[in-house]
Design a protein around this ligand. Structure first.
Ligand SMILES: [Mg+2]
Length: 148
């Protein structure tokens, strides 16, 4: 059986890549995670409840602090509305080609649970030993290699 290669990786911000938009603590392994994802997927987008201007501010700071690769400041940002992260809001992409990495099930759009990969919530006290991104990267590596 040939699997379909997901071509778009949609990333949540709070609880996934960083603590939250207030404290903005980068999750351990963030730079490596983003760098590898950019190799694994042709297209990366941000799909977050944080407004774009705030997100850009956070992203620029992470880049300045070398916690994220330079391109992260200019990553595509998905404009969306509603209660759930409907992947139909990602421009020029089929929902079935998108993987959403998010810590919070409540944002998964009805009927799109197969596109969702749940990452463990990055929680207080924001341990340096947190393995959420490392574990997710392993899953994404497997997903992409399985579909080739
Ligand atoms: Mg989240």
């Amino acid at each position: 059986m040939k699997k379909i290669l997901p071509t778009v990786l949609a990333l949540d911000l709070e609880g996934t890549l960083i603590s939250n938009a207030m404290s903005q603590i980068p999750r351990p392994g963030l730079h490596e995670f983003l760098t590898r994802c950019a190799v694994l997927f042709p297209r990366l987008v941000m799909f977050t409840t944080v407004k774009e201007d705030k997100f850009r501010q956070i992203a620029r700071l992470l880049v300045e602090e070398t916690m994220a690769p330079a391109w992260f400041a200019d990553i595509e940002y998905v404009n969306w509305q509603g209660e759930t992260k409907n992947l139909g809001f990602v421009p020029d992409a089929a929902v079935g080609d998108i993987i959403l990495v998010d810590d919070f099930e409540i944002y998964v759009h009805p009927g799109q649970v197969t596109q969702w990969m749940q990452i463990e919530y990055f929680d207080y006290p924001y341990s340096e030993e947190d393995k959420g991104l490392v574990t997710m990267l392993e899953k994404l590596e497997m997903l992409v290699s399985d579909s080739k």
